[in-house]
Write a new protein. Structure first.
Lengths: 279, 102
């Protein structure tokens, strides 16, 4: 039996493909970040990717910085602090449910809870704290939950995203699920998240410039001009899905939590600068 | 005999639209069930298109208004959209990794 050149080549290609597809999260993260470093060489300080699309649009950045001088999310921070400190009917408060009393911890979310076997986001933890203490949960996408999350993000500003994938096959599966979601085309318009926010990043879609996924999670919750109010990351993810004519998944369902896990892990090392303002 | 023939013809004329209406109602209901089934199949894979949902809702609305032909046409369109969704799901399950940066 002889091995032809074609068979040999096929084998080599197969091995390379297999090795690539089984790359671990750390290799994924490096490749992901390098992609943006190569695509936007003008961003010499890589930490600036935390500012989203404003890191590549100098003129829009000037306007954004002016908005940030009197930030539209300021009221949400104040409301969030009041809600955060308000005792529940049983006398406890949100601070009792979180490490360090809930202050300066945003960068550690989402995390994989090995006891539960699932990804826990900050918003999920806030509402679970409320229900555990006999209070009603907040609506997931906006309003009080976005305000409390804004306050908690504000107390974590400048802390570097530190999302970990523990040595647990279920954690890796959650990460892989989020990754698959990110690179998979959906909706009637047949777009993947990566089509716009990776391979289309920096290009114009109608009047707007598509943002980069590296740094996508740092600024949430955001005050969005289009919404004229605050919204959580899952509200934005739902909006993105609907834009490509896909039916959105439920906010804080496993699909978006896993996607957030992947996105946050990809942005590891960037500073939290939420809440923020976006168009 | 003439009277009998006349009664037969008149009966046919009166009953024909009723029979047609019943047929189109059944046909629309059947098409809507097929649309729901195709939607469920795609949704099981985590794929659902907003467009399909809207067409299905409109189909139901037309059915409830007694517009069975329109309801059937919309349900048939929903089936085609769900088939396209399934094709997308199949293709993506095989190709999504090609989009990852190397």
């Amino acid at each position: 039996m002889t091995i032809t050149t074609r068979q040999l080549l096929g084998g080599v290609v197969g091995l390379v493909a297999a090795a690539t597809s089984f790359a671990g999260p750390e290799e994924d993260r490096k490749a992901f970040q390098s992609f943006y470093f190569d695509r936007f060489p003008q961003v010499t300080d890589h930490a600036d990717f935390k500012n989203g699309v404003y890191s590549i649009l100098p003129e829009a950045r000037v306007q954004w910085e002016q908005i940030e001088e009197f930030p539209p999310y300021e009221l949400a921070i104040e409301e969030g602090q009041a809600l955060f400190e308000k005792p529940f009917a049983n006398g406890k408060s949100l601070a009792d449910c979180f490490p360090n009393g809930g202050i300066g911890i945003r960068q550690n979310y989402p995390y994989f809870d090995t006891a539960r076997g699932e990804v826990v986001t900050l918003e999920l933890a806030i509402n679970e704290c409320r229900t555990t203490n006999g209070e009603k949960p907040y609506p997931w996408k906006k309003g009080p939950l976005a305000s409390v999350s804004s306050y908690m993000a504000y107390t974590s500003r400048d802390a570097m995203i530190d999302v970990k994938i523990p040595d647990d096959p279920r954690a890796l599966a959650a990460y892989e699920d989020g990754k698959m979601h990110y690179f998979t085309k959906r909706g009637q318009l047949n777009f993947a998240c990566s089509d716009c926010h990776m391979y289309g990043s920096g290009q114009n879609l109608r009047s707007e410039t598509l943002s980069m996924s590296y740094g996508h999670t740092t600024g949430f919750p955001v005050y969005r001009a289009k919404w004229q109010e605050m919204g959580t990351l899952h509200r934005r993810l739902a909006g993105c899905h609907e834009s490509v004519r896909a039916k959105a998944f439920k906010a804080q369902g496993p699909e978006y939590r896993n996607l957030e896990y992947f996105l946050a892990y990809m942005s590891s090392g960037l500073e939290i600068n939420g809440p923020s303002a976006r168009k | 005999m003439k009277t009998f023939r006349m009664i037969t013809v008149l009966s046919a004329l009166v009953l024909a639209p009723l029979t047609h209406a019943a047929e189109t109602k059944d046909s629309a209901a059947s098409a809507m069930a097929a649309a729901q089934s195709a939607w469920d199949e795609a949704a099981k894979l985590g794929y659902w298109w907003l467009t399909t949902e809207r067409v299905m809702k409109e189909s139901k609305k037309q059915f409830e208004a007694g517009q069975y032909d329109e309801a059937k046409a919309l349900a048939d369109e929903a089936v085609l959209l769900s088939k396209a969704t399934l094709a997308q799901a199949k293709r993506e399950s095989e190709t999504w990794q090609a989009r990852m940066p190397r």
